[in-house]
Every structure is written in C-alpha cells, then in structure tokens.
Design a protein around this ligand. Structure first.
Ligand SMILES: [Zn+2]
Length: 432
C-alpha cells in the first residue's frame, strides 16, 4: 500500500497529481480483476487509459447500492483464501450489504484511522473509548480499533449497544478521548450528571463524533456540538465514513470539515444531474476509494449530501474538506421549487432553545411542491408560535414550510421507537 501523508501539506497541484496517479492504478486494477467493472468497460467501449484524472471519471457510469446488492460476487477481485474479514453495512437504509476485505484492506482502514485520529489530536498517551460496534460484522469499531492500536493509544472497547456499560466505563477507565454518536454522548453526560458527577471533570479532552453532524454548513458547531463541548468541557470534532467506501473523512483538531486523504480516495460532489458542484454548495458524495483490493469500487454513490471546502485549513494541510452531511439523497424535498434536505431544517430547530424535540413529515402533492410538515415539541406550547418558528426556518432555507407546535411528550411518542438507537425524525409518505 502506498502511504505518504506528508503529501497533505504540499500544494493542491501536488496533492491532485498524486491522487490522479493512484486513481489510474486503481482503475487499471478494477479493469483487470473485477468481473463487474471489466464488463462495464467493455460495454461502454472505454479503456482504463481513458481515465487519466478525476475529471475523466464522469465518462464511467455510477455504481449504485443496488448494483452492489444485485452483482455482489462480481465485485470481488480476489480468491476466497485472500479474504480475512467479512463486513456488512447496518442496513438502516435497506438490506445490509456485504463487503469482503483482504489483509491489505484491513491494513488500509487501520492506516486511514491512524492518520485521521492523529490529525484530530489523539496520541499514544490517550485512552480512547470506542463506543461503536466492534462485532456484528460492522466496520466502524474495527477500523477505529486498528487506528488506535497503530497510534499506540489504549483502546477501551465498550461497543455502542449498552448505555450503562458506556457510563460505567467512562467513570471506571477515565478515557481521554471518546468516539461515539453525538446524541449518545449527550445522553451519557446527562446520565453522569444525574448520578451526581460532573462529566466535565472526568478528564475527557476530545469527542470524535460519528453518524450525526455536529456542525452547521458555516462549519461552526451546531447547537448539539456546542452542548457537547460545554457539558464535557472538551474539543468536539466530527468524522464521516461509509462501510462500502472503507474510508473516513475526519476533522483535524481545528474542526473545519473532514480532510480528504489523497492516497485513499477520489471524491466527486455532484448535483442531481451528475454535474460537479462548486465548493460550499451541497451535492451528493460520489467516492472512488483507492488502493482497495478485495471489493474495489469506482464512482460509488453514497447517497449522502454535503458540501466541500477548499479554503486553507489552519492546520496547514492543503487537502479539501467535507462539511456536515445535511441529508440523504432520497430525503430531498421540494418546497415551491426549492430543494431542501431535512438536515437543514433540523439545524435551525436545534438552534431554538425552547424546542425540545421535532420530526418532519413529507407528502407528495404536486410536482413542484411537496407538503412538508414540521412538528415541533415545546414544553410550554404558548411560549413560541408556529409562525415564528416557520420564519426562522425561512431565513435559513429561503422557503417557509408548515409548522405545527405540539407538546414535547407528544412528539417523543412519535420519534422514540422501540429497538431503535436513534430517534426517527423523518417520515416520508411520498410513495404511499
Ligand atoms: Zn485541518
């Protein structure tokens, strides 16, 4: 595996040259070893040499989750004896996908997490609590463990499932770093407070948050990010990753979006017509993870919507960065002709102190406008009007959705569902 993380500090031209070189090698590898991609090249009349740089990737069709489901084995490039790990997605958005990893792929994710965690500020002196699943064939916990081990920090492998174990471990092992879902970090801190202790005094100096954004699109902390920073009295950075793309984008300690790693991934951010969007504009993250040998992918559609940033990061790395994920592609809504993602509305609601909880419903009514109903839970329903909330949303997304104010208890009855780790806040009735 080619590793050269000093490249991140060189000029963007040098970074792109290096990225394009690895991309060419990756395309050649897919052509030679992947039955799926060989067929795709042959059908389209393309040769690997037509893809010289990231800008040529648009010549190739996109790879969708459905393709992985349907042609799974055709993506496999190695014989059975080279597979060392069978990994699967959580299946939160459909049926789980199976990804086969070789020893070198495992090495690659470990390297990815080691450079990412180090940039976020983790050192060999840290105790790092990994509060995400290591078992059940999940990738995240395994990848973090491999990264923590490489840095030489101590891992506290609590997993994510049991809140009591998380709290007990935080009190007993005194981790200095916690990797977890941000809403879970908040629940954990509140439970510690209720037990009469102060989470801010436990010695946690860094939270690395996965699965939910902790920033707004201006890259400042969202209300959730800010709450975490205060309650734990520590730095809070975010990371974004996907099992299929086997790569994470982690913020450095300056927290200005997750850095792209040129040796690990080629990234395109595109609009709904597949055209690249300019920096700062939201689009779908299309990823070509480099140097994967087991099930390599070309132009994989993650379905996640975010923007990228090209302005210099204070850490000195010149790589581009990925901002918060504001939604999933299939969650895109149209309000009077304007595209809106639920995440954008949620960020506004999180900023209103009186709002305790919320959910959103979308109904398909007309082609250009869908009916979006934002249901907001407030303790005292008289203290804030639905219209003033709708105005706040309009100030941010430019259109005014329907807002209904309810009691927080009524909203919770809808959003908290048995057996689900995260609250359900988005209800889509468009295809019914
Ligand atoms: Zn940075």
């Amino acid at each position: 595996m080619r590793t050269d993380h000093s490249i991140e500090f060189q000029s963007i031209e040098t970074i792109e040259q290096f990225n394009n070189q690895l991309l060419r090698e990756h395309v050649q590898y897919c052509y030679e070893h992947s039955p799926y991609y060989r067929r795709l090249f042959e059908k389209s009349g393309l040769k690997p040499e037509h893809i010289k740089a990231k800008d040529d990737l648009h010549l190739l069709p996109l790879t969708l989750k459905e393709h992985l489901e349907e042609y799974a084995e055709d993506f496999l490039c190695v014989p059975e004896q080279d597979i060392v790990d069978i990994c699967q997605t959580s299946g939160t958005t459909g049926k789980p996908l199976i990804m086969f990893q070789t020893a070198s792929d495992l090495e690659r994710v470990g390297y990815n997490e080691a450079i990412s965690l180090r940039a976020a500020g983790v050192t060999e002196n840290d105790r790092t609590m990994i509060a995400c699943a290591l078992g059940r064939c999940f990738m995240a916990g395994l990848a973090y463990f491999e990264g923590v081990r490489r840095i030489g920090a101590a891992a506290v492998r609590t997993g994510s499932g049991n809140p009591a174990i998380l709290i007990q471990s935080a009190l007993l092992y005194r981790p200095s770093v916690i990797i977890c879902v941000p809403s879970q970090a908040l629940l954990m801190a509140e439970a510690i407070q209720q037990s009469g202790q102060d989470p801010a005094q436990l010695g946690v100096r860094l939270l690395i948050c996965i699965g939910e954004p902790i920033r707004k699109v201006d890259l400042e902390h969202s209300t959730l990010g800010e709450k975490l920073r205060k309650i734990w009295n520590c730095d809070v950075v975010g990371t974004y990753a996907g099992t299929e793309i086997a790569t994470s984008f982690t913020e450095c300690s300056y927290g200005r979006g997750g850095h792209f790693h040129p040796e690990l991934i080629a990234v395109e951010i595109v609009d709904e017509n597949g055209k690249p969007v300019p920096p700062g504009q939201p689009g779908e993250v299309i990823a070509t993870p480099l140097q994967v040998t087991g099930m390599p992918l070309l132009r994989y559609c993650t379905g996640d919507i975010g923007a990228y940033y090209t302005d210099p990061c204070p850490c000195g790395r010149n790589t581009y960065r990925l901002g918060p994920i504001i939604g999933r592609k299939q969650q895109k809504m149209k309000i009077r002709g304007t595209m809106v993602y639920p995440g954008a509305i949620f960020l506004v609601l999180q900023d209103i102190p009186e709002v305790k909880n919320y959910y959103l419903e979308v109904y398909g009514e007309y082609e250009l406008s869908e009916r979006v109903r934002v249901v907001v839970g407030i303790e005292d329903a008289h203290c804030l009007s639905a219209d003033s909330i709708a105005e706040k949303i309009r100030a941010y997304i430019r259109v005014k959705p329907e807002v209904v104010v309810e009691t927080a208890a009524n909203v919770a009855a809808r959003t908290i569902q048995e057996g689900k780790r995260k609250e359900t806040t988005f209800f889509d009735y468009r295809n019914n």
